[in-house]
Design a protein around this ligand. Structure first.
Ligand code: SAM
Length: 253
């Protein structure tokens, strides 16, 4: 299921400002720099790129060889407003579009939640075939069912993940998880309370399903900055987070 036009507009407007996107984009950049150092010529694919916030962010950091795709025409048209190299394609069937062993980096952030496990495995099989032998896959996904809330409904979420959901299928596919981290530990209690309240409201029919929106809204500036700084401190304290509403992973062949 695809999210609606208003959700893409919210994503487009929030992704340069919202603490959560800023942290995620910096995490991706950090892993690319760890692996490829000063090399900005590497070829990057953003699979399920949404409205293009990550691609724009990476271009601002000097990466020029980036392309993306998304199934939604709305998402692609927002990317076109940003002049990005993005096309419409279906992540469940895109192998024929790209040449084999083509990319140094494949990013796939928060797309898998809408697919069943067999489909996810096929998606990674395709990633494997278009990834260069020393390339990396970077993927962030929603984690732990306990964090289920209205956001999941708004974006058509079928599941939330833990590491073991991926470990087995990746070894079958000859992909190794070289780094993972759940985030954000410190904000977990807050996120959990919000999601529990949402679930309670849903149960009591206080929120109508048709009025549900995702959490992609920028809060007041000082709250947004505070949340950003909290996660930055957490990242300085622990390189590998043990719990949180997202699971960030880096894989290689
Ligand atoms: C939560 S958004 C994440 C977007 C982006 N990766 C980000 O981090 O902001 C999920 C994206 O997956 C896209 N999507 C859903 N089904 C897809 C499919 N079959 N093929 C490609 N993209 C798909 C949606 O259109 C949406 O843009």
């Amino acid at each position: 299921m695809l999210i609606n036009y208003d959700e893409y507009r919210m994503m487009y407007e929030a992704e340069e400002k919202l603490w959560w996107y800023k942290i995620l984009h910096e995490k991706v950049l950090n892993e690319i720099q760890n692996k490829f150092r000063e090399n900005k010529q590497i070829k990057i694919l953003d699979a399920g790129c949404g409205t293009g916030g990550l691609i724009s962010f990476l271009i601002k950091h000097g990466y020029e060889n980036i392309q993306g795709f998304d199934y939604s025409e709305d998402a692609v048209s927002f990317c076109e407003e940003r002049n990005l190299n993005v096309r419409q394609a279906d992540i469940t069937n895109f192998e024929s579009i790209f040449a084999k062993e083509n990319f140094d980096v494949i990013v796939n952030d928060d797309v898998l939640y809408q697919f069943d496990n067999a489909t996810i495995k096929n998606i990674f099989r395709t990633f494997h075939s278009i990834l260069k032998s020393d390339g990396i896959i970077i993927t962030n996904n929603n984690a732990f069912t306990i964090f289920y809330g209205t956001h999941d409904i708004a974006v058509g979420g079928k599941q939330r993940f833990i590491l073991s959901d991926f470990e087995k299928s990746f070894s079958d596919l000859h992909l190794k998880i070289v780094y993972y981290s759940y985030w954000s530990l410190i904000l977990s209690p807050l996120i959990l309370i919000v999601r529990l309240i949402q679930r309670f409201q849903l149960k009591l029919n206080i929120i109508a399903l048709k009025n549900i929106k995702s959490d992609v809204t920028v809060p007041l500036n000082f709250i947004n900055n505070f949340l950003y700084q909290v996660v930055k401190v957490e990242e300085r304290l622990f390189r590998k987070g043990i719990f949180g509403s997202s699971l960030f992973m880096v894989l290689k062949k």
